[in-house]
Design a protein around this ligand. Sequence first.
Ligand SMILES: NC(=O)C1=CN([C@@H]2O[C@H](COP(=O)(O)OP(=O)(O)OC[C@H]3O[C@@H](n4cnc5c(N)ncnc54)[C@H](O)[C@@H]3O)[C@@H](O)[C@H]2O)C=CC1
Ligand SMILES: CC(=O)[C@H](N)C(=O)O
Length: 342
Amino acid sequence: MRAAVLTEPHEFRLEDRPRPDPAVDEVLVAIGDVGICGSDVHYYEHGRIGDYVVEEPLVLGHEAAGEVVAVGDDVTSLEAGDRVALEPGVPCRRCAHCKRGEYNLCPDVTFMATPPHDGAFAEFVAWPADFTYRLPDHVSTTEGALCEPLSVGIHACRRGEVETGDTVLVAGAGPIGLLVLAAARAAGATDVLVTDVVDEKLAFADERGADRTVNVAEADLEPVVTECTDGEGVDVVIEASGAEPSIRSTLDVVRRGGVVVLVGLASEATVPFDVLDVVDNELDVRGSFRYENTYPAAIDLLADGAVDVGGLVDFEMGLDDVDDAFQRAQEPAVVKGMITFE
Ligand SMILES: NC(=O)C1=CN([C@@H]2O[C@H](COP(=O)(O)OP(=O)(O)OC[C@H]3O[C@@H](n4cnc5c(N)ncnc54)[C@H](O)[C@@H]3O)[C@@H](O)[C@H]2O)C=CC1
Ligand SMILES: CC(=O)[C@H](N)C(=O)O
């Protein structure tokens, strides 16, 4: 089978590799679509993300969906021909975090396309059946692949305890911010404000149902939030840009007693935070890391039409064009690129 392997920064090699055999509890999936995530682009550009360093050739891609072509002897939940989405992180199932159900925090997780674990820019992937989810007939494998970033959005909203009637501010209108917007709407948020520094991204957020968009490179956010919330501040801020000024501004726009959820990964490890603000206003500041138990909800939201990911994908390219695809994925106005397999 063919696989696109990152051998060093800016260098993909198309390799012929043996097709994997599924273990007894795994399914073999012929990959149909794989999204290009910002983290894939970061590994391509820099060969590392923090402590995760590409030391051996690595297959990237973790937003994947396709069709089951074989099942291991013990698998009863899926069969050949099923179209499926693959949850890319498989935890150890034994540690205290796994036992508590917070398996996204498992320190021994095998996460696709995170060194040293290969990802899904490959024709076939063998994957545990219980982290592989059947897609209804009317949900495409492109949508199945987008269950991954949608899961990040669902988990962030769960962390923020977004409820019916809430006013939510989503900072950053990249794929994660846009899917936080979608998940917040599905959770019942009635007013969603979205910020970015790129007008095209904000126009897109507007089309996708944002009540108000603010280009924070051109306008002050605080007066807009004051106007929209009668001076109270928003119930929940979900920071999905990772930009330091945006992270800092979260405390200025959340209401007293509100929740700030940090999803974006800041390039600087430390960002000054006004502790008095947090204490005095009794703010909940929470991290949100990947997701747990979100795939069934993501698939249901797509199947019911409660979340529409149509239009999120700017381009689709084959494995042969993986270099070009990664160049295009870095254009500022591009939201999502997809590698597709015939
Ligand atoms: N916590 C988690 O589990 C995960 C975190 N991430 C992180 O979430 C963030 C968002 O991911 P993507 O949407 O893929 O990234 P992206 O880079 O495509 O989107 C970020 C957006 O933020 C905008 N932005 C830049 N400066 C801003 C500012 N000052 N205020 C508001 N917006 C600003 C950019 O123009 C861009 O549209 C990244 O930091 C990524 O590393 C991504 C996936 C999972
Ligand atoms: C942080 C990322 O962007 C990536 N999706 C991951 O979960 O590692």
